[in-house]
Design a protein around this ligand. Structure first.
Ligand code: PEP
Ligand code: MG
Length: 316
């Protein structure tokens, strides 16, 4: 039955009553593009550019090298969306020449956007490379910053994008609870939000994503995490802007329905998950997804949230 569902799975992501939820791919560079195209991704929802920086531990890749890599990804999705995340260095993704070596708690230190604001030359080169890569292409480029904590962070990033002459939409990742709680304020500076549920769970539950012993708290079905997703999606709706999910949560077909019910506007995941998410979403109406989302949020544990959503979605 699973095979049959997958075989019939193609086309844009949507609920059974036609509410569109673009299904996008998470990629780390040009090498991941064929699988994304094969899975029918409608674009890229998270291009993790830090992989380009791993080859050389002493310096950032040249602008020319970056232009080449960005262009290969952008060219693969003519007319599609490509959301590029600027370098997310630090914590679980340390880079020798950028990441402070002496921090007691690297996940709470200078990482993500904070690193780039301390190294404006690295950010400028990356944004200029993106501007050049997109030149003359019909693609719809969006650029977002990781680890945005507040409106000042969002403004600093948007200013840097404008100064680099980037013709694109600028966005903020929601990975820190403060950003979810004050999403409307952040949206005064940027045009879209993208929820990084891996880090959002880490910071909401004070549970290191690299420590297996606290993995129970990293479960994206945790109702507190769902509350923060809902707050972000509601803020985006009120501002007439979009709010996607690009963390692991989007790759769980049942949870993808719940996220849709919470008001999330696109889902980005590893290419291999796209057919499963597409097939499951296509079986339920938006109203069913909304009821499943409400049932999950009414639960007190991740396990109960999942069971409650499952009951709603299979019982109707
Ligand atoms: C996340 O934190 O959910 C995310 C998408 O970014 P990364 O996993 O690369 O930190
Ligand atoms: Mg993250």
């Amino acid at each position: 039955e699973r095979r049959a569902a997958l075989a019939s799975s193609s086309g844009p992501g949507a609920t059974s009553d036609g509410h569109k939820v673009p299904l996008l791919a998470n990629v780390g560079g040009p090498a991941d593009v064929p699988a994304a195209v094969e899975a029918g991704a409608e674009g890229v929802g998270l291009f993790r550019t830090e992989f380009l920086f791993l080859d050389d531990s002493k310096q950032a890749p040249s602008e020319a090298k970056q232009v080449e890599a960005y262009r290969q990804v952008l060219e693969a999705f003519p007319e599609g969306r490509v959301v590029v995340r600027v370098l997310d260095a630090g914590a679980d993704k340390p880079l020798d020449f950028l990441t402070p070596a002496d921090e007691p708690n690297p996940a709470l230190g200078v990482r993500g956007l904070r690193t780039l604001l301390d190294h404006p030359d690295v950010l400028r080169t990356q944004l200029q490379a993106l501007a050049k890569a997109a030149e003359g292409l019909p693609v719809y480029l969006e650029v977002m910053a990781p680890m945005v904590a507040d409106r000042l962070d969002a403004k600093a990033f948007a200013d840097a994008c404008r100064e680099a002459g980037l013709q694109a939409k600028f966005g903020a990742m929601v990975e820190i609870p403060s950003a979810a709680l004050r999403a409307r304020s952040i949206l005064q500076e940027v045009e879209f939000l993208s929820l990084g549920t891996n880090d959002l769970a880490q910071y909401t539950f004070a549970a290191d994503r690299q420590v297996g012993a606290v993995s129970r708290l990293q479960d994206p079905w945790q109702p507190a995490l769902l509350d923060l997703v809902a707050a972000s999606a509601e803020a985006a709706k009120a501002e007439g802007k979009s709010c996607g999910v690009c963390g692991e949560a989007a790759s769980d077909p049942l949870l993808a329905c719940v996220l849709t019910g919470l008001g999330v506007t696109s889902l980005s995941m590893g290419a291999a998950s796209i057919p499963y998410v597409r097939a499951t979403l296509a079986k339920h109406t938006l109203a069913q997804c909304e009821r499943a989302a409400a049932a999950a949020r009414a639960a007190d544990t991740a396990e109960d949230a999942r069971a409650a959503a499952q009951a709603v979605l299979s019982g109707e």
